[in-house]
Design a protein around this ligand. Structure first.
Ligand SMILES: [Zn+2]
Length: 291
């Protein structure tokens, strides 16, 4: 089976064919080379849609795909594949019946899910699909999801909003309106703000930034400990751009964490492949009412 897979973000549309031999085993999903086109979000909905459709067309023509699987920014209704909310990153996408549109245009099965959900599903299934995992994603903000074992349906992945637990009363103002939210301290953006450098690897290598590193570890530890005490997961999986430079800091961080409990703290392993692999896996193994 060949799946035309897209990862639609506000800046770039990534696409690749995924060839699957065993739908139940994500390790058997063979991901082809990525193609990248700019989303061109500032040019509006019609242009974004045209870029999406041409990405699907080129994969379908080149590989003779059987179906389409999309991971996209924005809130997506699991059962219908409709975008229920999108920020200005994807103008005009709020209310877009994404899945229906793809089916109408290409006359093949299609599924659309949220990109963070897709990534969490992929990291979960690549580890141990029978466990309960909290997946944290450190990027511009701090994403978080609980992935439960069993049926891959609307209830399987829960957004935990851990980015907005308050770590510091009277701390930095968050975009949600509260003060001191976790994502103001545990994200790539926070590291850039606190270090004053754009290349965040310097936080973990420069002596003069040791305080920034120590504070970052302390705050991330609080988030991880909160997740463990509240959700008792088998694994806490940490991903996002900061984890792509994990060799600079991972061992230092985990040496600070309590390892007496059953929860394993592990780095995400799929990096920028997680979105499309999670979309492909969900397309074949997910339960949807109207997709
Ligand atoms: Zn907040």
């Amino acid at each position: 089976m060949k799946i035309a897979c897209l990862d639609v973000g506000g800046t770039t549309i990534k696409s690749a064919v995924v060839t699957v031999s065993d739908p139940a085993d994500i390790k058997s999903y063979d991901l082809g080379a990525f193609s990248f086109v700019p989303t061109e979000a500032t040019k509006g909905f019609d242009r974004i849609r045209a870029n999406i459709l041409s990405s699907v067309s080129s994969l379908a023509e080149k590989y003779g795909c059987d179906r389409i699987a999309v991971a996209t920014a924005g809130t997506v209704d699991w059962d219908s594949g409709k975008v229920t909310y999108a920020t200005d990153a994807l103008p005009g996408f709020t209310g877009y019946d994404f899945c229906r549109d793809l089916k109408d245009v290409f006359s093949m099965p299609a599924t659309v899910i949220n990109d963070a959900t897709a990534a969490a599903v992929a990291e979960h299934c690549f580890g141990d699909p029978s466990g309960r995992d909290v997946v944290l994603t450190l990027g511009t903000g701090l994403g978080s999801a609980l992935v439960k074992p069993g049926v891959l349906d609307a209830d399987c992945v829960e957004d935990l909003h851990l980015g907005h637990i308050v770590l510091h009363e009277d701390g930095y103002v968050c975009k949600c309106g509260n003060k001191g939210c976790a994502e103001q301290y545990v994200s790539a953006s926070a590291l850039k703000r606190d270090s004053g450098v754009n290349d965040i690897s310097q936080v973990f290598t420069k002596k003069e930034l040791a305080k920034v590193k120590a504070d970052f570890f302390e705050n991330m530890k609080k988030v991880v400990e909160y997740a463990i005490s509240k959700y008792a997961p088998d694994d806490v999986v940490i991903g996002g751009g900061v984890v792509e430079i994990k060799k600079l800091w991972w061992n230092d961080f985990t040496s600070l964490c309590d390892k007496t409990g059953k929860t394993v703290i592990r780095p995400a392993v799929l990096a920028n492949k997680a979105g499309v692999l999670g979309a492909a896996y969900s397309a074949l193994c997910g339960k949807f009412k109207n997709q």
